[in-house]
Structures are given as structure tokens and as C-alpha cells.
Design a protein around this ligand. Sequence first.
Ligand code: DAH
Length: 339
Amino acid sequence: MKDFRELETEIKKASDKFTNIESINEFRIKFLGKKGIISLEMKELASLSGDEIIASKTEELNSEELEKKLNSETLDITLSTSKSYGTIHPISQVIEEVITIFGDLDFFVAEGPEVETDYNNFTALNTSEHHPARQMHDTFYVETETDGMPNVLRTHTSPVQIRSMLKQKPPIRLIAPGKTFRCDNDQTHSPMFHQVEGLVIDQESNMSHLKGCLEIFLKTFFETDKLNMRFRPSHFPFTEPSAEVDIGYTKKGNQLIIGEGEDWLEILGCGMVHPNVLENVNINSNEYQGYAFGMGIERLAMLKYGISDLRTFFDSDLRWNKHYGFSPLNIPSIIGDLS
Ligand code: DAH
């Protein structure tokens, strides 16, 4: 189609040139005759649908508008973004610290699923079906089954020992941090909590290696050169002998000083891996031996960072997170703002 404005100027120009009747006739034939420009345009106009006209006009206007916007708006990608960074939750922070310390002691990090088989969580760890230790675990059972037994939400990180020993032959030196679950909920228990498991299997590791390893870990974690520590005989089905470890502490005013003092805090369970456990994962217990330990991450965090109520870890209160959380490495913005 012709542009109507162009057509209008064309008509005006032509009409300005009228000098005689003949030129008027020529004009009439050219523009208004049956085959004249205007008649043809009218025909074409009639063949267009209303929608087509609106669509093409809309498109025209939209692209005009877009052009205008593109010319007037610019994006300054050098502007710094929001300065309010989130904080690292104390549990994540402590897991990082634990991994770093044991990493320096040549341990690697192993993982296992939170929904675990009854076999891995109990039986393979020398805790048979009617073992009294099962009752102490307040187990959550889930609907899926393995080998005719309901699966469980793992009650401790110890089943990662089993999975790892089935996958890898000794020597083994691993820690396994992660979530654990027990049907328990009060000021000192939460149905979901975190543990870190440790396992060393080789041909000579013994109880004194265990003691040395834990001493280095606890001193480094609590940042103290002086650490009163005692091993109390205990019982776990998967270790023999078994012990619980206490560390000394004292109170100065409201503050807990870890390491010194005559009072004791229980901090973890440990022992020499029971030969039955090794046999369950096809490791010859006459050739290999080793130690294991397990501790609660929340407890470590509470003691180191002075957090008194376990439940606050999981309340998701942002004010609490801001207070007890750790600032991530601040990424300086391009203009160098480190605030
Ligand atoms: N699994 C034990 C618990 O949840 C903790 C534990 C004790 C882990 C002794 C160990 C160990 O590996 O040797 O209470």
C-alpha cells in the first residue's frame, strides 16, 4: 500500500499544476479514474482486514517505542549491588572448622544418605534386632523397605562407616559430617541434629593414636593449648573397648572456659572398631584394626560459641542468625567498599 501522506502531497503537487481543462482531465484520469491511483488504493484497502491494519500499526508503534526506550535507558553494570550479605549458620561454620582440622590430619570427607537401611544403621554395626541399644535410639521408621525391613532416618552418622568400608579397602581415614534424626524434642534434644563420625582403619592404629588424634582436634577446635581430657569406659556395640571423652571446663562469671578446671563436659563417644563390624564388611579383623569416634556438632557449636538453647539453631530467626552467624568472606565491590 502507498503511504497516504505521500499520496496527499502528490495530489497537491499535481493540482497546483492545473493550467487548463485538459490538465484537469489528465489529473482526474490519473487519480480518480476507474484505474486511477485512488480507486486502486481504495480497492486494496477494502481487501485488508481490520485486524491486519491494527496489528501492523501496533507493531509499528511498539518498535518506535522500543527504539525510544533503548536510546534513553542505559544500564550501569559497574554500580555496586546490595551490601547486605547473609550470614553463615553456626552449624555450617562448625562443620567447616571440623573438616578443616581433620583435613590437616589427612582425613577425607565421606557421605551417606539420610534415609538408611536398618542393616547399615544397626545390624552391620553389631547392633542385632533385639539389641537393647536400639531402644535408646528413638528411631524414625519410613515407609520404604530394604530386604523386608523398614528403612530408617539414620539415627547416627555411624552407618557411613559401613558404606565406606564396603566401597574402599583399608587404609581408611575418614570423617562423615551430616544430619541425623531421633524422635525426641526438648531443650536439649531436637528431632534433627548433626554429628560427625570419624573412622581410621589400617594395620596398627590403636587406642593411643585415637587419644592423640582427639586431643589435637579438641585443642585446635577450642583454640586452647591446655586441655584437661579424660577417657571414661563406656559401651557402644560397634566398638570394643569403648569410651566417652570428657573435657575440663570452668566458669568465669557467665563465661565458660574450655580446657581448664575441675568440672567435666561430655563431648564424644569413641573406641576401637569391633572385629564383628570389620567382618561384616569383609575386612579381615586379624589383619586390620582401627578406631572410630562420633560427636554432636550442635554441642561443639554451643560450647565454642556460647549458644545456650539447642532449639534456637533451628528456629530460623533472622535476628538470631545475624547475631550468632558468621560473615562470609566479603566480596569487595568494584569501587572497593569493604563495609
Ligand atoms: N554413634 C554414636 C551415637 O550416636 C556415637 C559414637 C560412639 C560413634 C562411638 C562412634 C563411636 O563411631 O566409636 O551415640
